[in-house]
Design a protein around this ligand. Structure first.
Ligand SMILES: *Cc1c(COP(=O)(O)O)cnc(C)c1O
Length: 373
């Protein structure tokens, strides 16, 4: 059957070579040179002092919130339009997530709604750059400054991206990345925490590794977890990082290709190609159905799957304030964020992986035209 998957990674650089080195030397656990190499090379790339490799992007957020000492009675402001990992990290710490809607065009958090959500309990703002386009950071940095708030930056969708030429991943007290298989660079499963604060870095390292103590290994003053990244995974990561610029160029070209081919189809809202602070890196290529289209994303996604050339898609994020799990916890009661609610229902993304070819892009567009006819 002819099918174009929503994502396929590219692993044809030095991945095999470095993996072989792990196997030949026996260094397969987290005690290995590739972990250190990935940490130092990633830190250099994002211009941060410290990098702590972890087992995934979700763990990175959990550790980041814990390391900042955010807990019971504290509030953290974040977008409702994001992955559950963000809100879960705050809830897991015993703190309260406080939501803002997203911007209609960039789909990033609505920066104009943040200040009204700040209370004496607010400890931080969790910024999440969505789908490859950064959040407008300067207004948020100003608010953080004005109210003494910490910034946690979730940069899982923007490896190598910049905001006004400053690397994304360098804005937070702590910033995090994911290396899941659909991210710009992958280790299969993996993540990274970045900071310039040596104390925070030490805390993150400790939480990553069960809070073992160097002097008295099996005596614990605090509870951590095992969130380590293996040398095998890091070996893949080092090989991937070597190609980050090439990968970004591919993603940008893919996005621009889609933009050109889709922009004359009416009824589709496309991602913003650029703002005054960044060009879109199109981590994924999202499309929102406008009012004139008489059905929701769910319908078009199922039709695309069944075309002569099947097209893999994914729905947009489902807003945090409508998550059954949080409703059961009586969070966000009576709250409504209309933009996130609408794009969650009307938005989906189309094949955007690094292995996607030019002719597949043409085929995807052809099938979209077909199902909209
Ligand atoms: C992928 C992603 C995560 C989670 O990363 P995992 O490695 O899958 O745990 C967190 N935040 C954002 C914005 C993501 O896109």
């Amino acid at each position: 059957m002819n099918f174009i998957p929503v994502n396929e990674p590219l692993l044809n650089g030095n991945e095999k070579k470095y993996l072989n080195q792990c196997i030949e030397t026996g260094w397969i656990s987290s005690e290995g040179e590739f972990v250190k190499r990935l940490e130092s090379e990633f830190a250099a790339r994002v211009k941060r002092k410290y990098a702590i490799a972890v087992c995934n992007g979700t763990a990175a957020l959990d550790i980041a919130v814990a390391a900042l000492g955010i807990g019971k009675g504290d509030e953290v402001i974040l977008p409702t339009f994001t992955i559950i990992s963000c809100a879960a990290a705050i809830v897991n710490a015993g703190a309260t997530p406080v939501l803002v809607d997203c911007d209609e065009f960039t789909w990033n958090m609505n920066i104009h709604q943040i200040e009204e959500k700040i209370t004496p309990k607010t400890k931080g703002i969790m910024v999440v750059h969505i789908y490859g386009l950064p959040t407008d950071m300067n207004p948020i940095l100003n608010l953080a400054d004005k109210y003494g708030l910490k910034i946690i930056e979730d940069a899982a969708e923007v490896h190598g991206q910049t905001y006004k030429n400053i690397p994304c991943g360098s804005f937070g007290e702590i910033s995090t990345f994911s290396f899941y298989a659909n991210k710009h660079i992958t280790t299969g499963e993996g993540g990274m925490i970045l900071t310039d604060d040596p104390n925070l870095a030490e805390k993150c390292r400790s939480y990553r590794n069960l809070c073992f103590q160097p002097q008295q290994r099996f005596i614990h003053e605090e509870l951590g977890g095992n969130y380590r990244l293996s040398n095998l995974q890091a070996a893949v990561g080092v090989a991937q990082l070597e190609r980050l610029d090439e990968f970004i160029a591919r993603k940008v070209k893919m996005g621009q290709g889609y933009h050109e081919l889709l922009s004359n189809i009416s009824g589709l809202q496309l991602p913003v190609p650029k703002t005054d602070y960044a060009i879109n890196h199109y981590w994924v290529y999202g499309v929102v159905l406008q009012e004139e289209i008489p059905f929701d994303a769910k319908e078009i996604m199922s039709r695309l799957k069944k075309q002569s050339i099947g097209i893999g898609t994914r729905p947009f994020f489902f807003p945090m304030h409508q998550q059954p799990v949080f409703r059961k916890m009586v969070l966000f009661e009576g709250e409504s964020y209309p933009v996130a609610e609408r794009i969650a229902r009307r938005g989906f993304y189309i094949p955007s992986g690094l292995a996607l070819t030019e002719s597949q892009i043409d085929q995807v567009v052809l099938m979209i035209k077909e199902v909209l006819r």
